[in-house]
Design a protein around this ligand. Structure first.
Ligand code: FE2
Length: 308
C-alpha cells in the first residue's frame, strides 16, 4: 500500500487548501486508502474545521470501544489506553451498524519512539482471504458477531475500556438498554449490574465500498481477536462465526494479520500532520510507543451515512 503525502506548497491555511481540493483529496483517499497532509501548523480548532472543508458531516462516536477524551468541539483523543496496549488493524466502528465514512487524525505530539498508525488495504485483504481461505470466506459470508463486556466507568488501562455510559452516551441502564435494542444487540447485566455483557447481531465480514463497489474485508475481526484482551474480555472468544457461534479460527486470524503487516503503509508522525483515511477501504492500527504521544481524531460521515 502506498500512501500519498501532500506537502504544504503555498501560504493557504489548511482549511482553505482542503476546501479548494476537496474532490481530489477524497478521490485520492479512496484510490490509495489515505492521504497525509504535512507542513501546516495545525491546532485543535483548525483540525476541527477540516470535515466541513471536505464537505463531510461530523459523526458521533456512539457504540465504539476506545476510551477517548474530548479536546475541542468534536475533536477527541485517538485512544487513551497505555502506550503498550495493542490496537491491531480494524475499520472504525466495523462492529456497529453505522460507521463513519472517513477518519481524520492529527498529530499534536509525536511519540519519542514508535507510535505509528499503520494502514492496510481491505480490498487486498479481501482478495487474500478469497484466494487462501475460501472455506473460511464462505462461512464469513454469514457474518460474525462481536462480544464485549463493558465497565460502568471508562477504564483507560484498556484499549476497549469505554464504559457503557460513554459507549451509548447515556446515564441510565434503561437508556443503554434502549440503545442496544435499537442496534439489535443481545445484552445482560452481570456482577450485580456493574458489568454489561453485549453481543452484536450478525454483521458482515465483507462489504462493498460505497463509491467504487470493490469488495473489502471490512470488519473488526483482527482487532477483536488479537486486541480485545483486558480485565473483562478475552480476544480470541470475542469474535465468532454467526452461523455456529464458534470463535473465528486463530490460524486464519494470524495469517491475515501477517499479510496486513507485510503489505501495510506506515510513516513516522510529525507535529501538525493530518491524515485523511477512507474508512470504507482502509484499516488502521496503532503501534506501541514511548514518550508522550498525543493524537487527535475526528469521525466523519458522507452526507447520508452507510448502514449494513
Ligand atoms: Fe480506530
Amino acid at each position: 500500500m502506498r500512501l500519498p503525502i501532500v506537502q504544504r506548497a503555498s501560504a493557504a491555511p489548511l482549511g482553505a487548501f482542503v476546501r479548494a481540493h476537496r474532490a481530489s483529496l477524497l478521490a485520492q483517499a479512496l484510490l490509495h486508502g489515505a492521504v497525509l497532509l504535512r507542513g501546516w501548523n495545525v491546532g485543535a480548532s483548525d483540525f476541527g474545521a477540516v470535515p466541513a472543508a471536505l464537505g463531510l458531516d461530523d459523526f458521533a462516536y456512539v457504540g465504539g470501544a476506545a476510551p477517548r477524551t474530548r479536546v475541542h468541539g468534536n475533536v477527541l483523543t485517538a485512544n487513551d489506553a497505555p502506550p503498550s496496549a495493542k490496537i491491531p488493524f480494524h475499520h472504525e466502528l466495523a462492529q456497529a451498524r453505522v460507521r463513519p465514512s472517513h477518519l481524520l487524525f492529527c498529530c499534536d505530539v509525536p511519540a519519542a519512539r514508535g507510535g505509528r498508525t499503520p494502514l492496510a488495504d481491505s480490498r487486498a485483504l479481501a482478495a487474500h482471504v478469497a484466494r487462501k481461505w475460501p472455506r473460511v470466506a464462505a462461512r464469513l459470508d454469514e457474518g460474525v458477531t462481536y462480544e464485549r463486556v463493558l465497565p460502568p466507568v471508562d477504564d483507560a488501562w484498556s484499549p476497549i475500556g469505554r464504559s457503557w455510559r460513554s459507549t451509548f452516551q447515556c446515564e441510565t441502564r434503561e437508556a443503554a438498554e434502549a440503545a442496544m435494542d435499537d442496534a439489535g444487540m443481545e445484552w445482560e447485566w452481570r456482577a450485580g449490574g456493574d458489568l454489561l455483557w453485549t453481543r452484536t447481531p450478525a454483521l458482515p465480514a465483507f462489504r462493498h465500498a460505497p463509491e467504487s463497489g470493490e469488495l473489502t474485508f471490512c470488519n473488526s475481526i483482527l482487532a477483536a481477536h488479537l486486541g480485545w484482551d483486558d480485565a473483562r474480555n478475552r480476544g480470541p472468544t470475542s469474535v465468532r462465526f454467526a452461523d455456529t457461534g464458534e470463535p473465528v479460527d486463530a490460524a486464519f486470524v494470524a495469517d491475515v494479520h501477517a499479510h496486513a503487516v507485510r503489505e501495510r503503509a506506515a510513516f513516522a508522525w510529525r507535529r501538525g500532520d493530518v491524515l485523511l483515511v477512507d474508512n470504507s477501504v482502509t484499516m488502521h492500527s496503532r503501534e506501541p510507543f514511548e514518550g508522550a504521544r498525543r493524537l487527535w481524531t475526528l469521525l466523519c460521515a458522507r452526507r447520508g451515512a452507510e448502514e449494513v
